[in-house]
Design a protein around this ligand. Sequence first.
Ligand code: DGP
Length: 116
Amino acid sequence: MYNTTMTCIFCGIADGSIKSQLIYEDEDVVAFKDLNPQAPTHLLIIPRQHIARLDEADEQHALLLGKLLLTAKKLAKQFNLKDFRLVTNNGKGAGQSVDHLHFHLMAGRRFNWPAG
Ligand code: DGP
């Protein structure tokens, strides 16, 4: 394990050196409010471990990836979100701006499909 806090904002949020509106944390997963919300509820769910994006994950991360999805489900229940969107942007062309795997959990407005 290496510490990327100096270069990665989300590693800094995960280790507490960068302030955020924390919603949930356990030994593997952290969730916090998005700084630039795109919906009335907009949370980010991240692994503590620095994985740049989904296509850098592999079999060794299977449990962790499951935990991230189950955290989204638990938070949706906790926040009483009936309909929600869960999305990850993989790569700049897909809209990724922070190179630390994260899932956006968004709710509270109508979402279009296909996504823009
Ligand atoms: P993406 O574009 O998929 O990489 O999403 C990155 C999100 O991270 C974007 O919605 C804004 C949010 N974000 C960027 N910097 C910070 C920060 O320092 N704190 C918080 N809470 N959110 C941030």
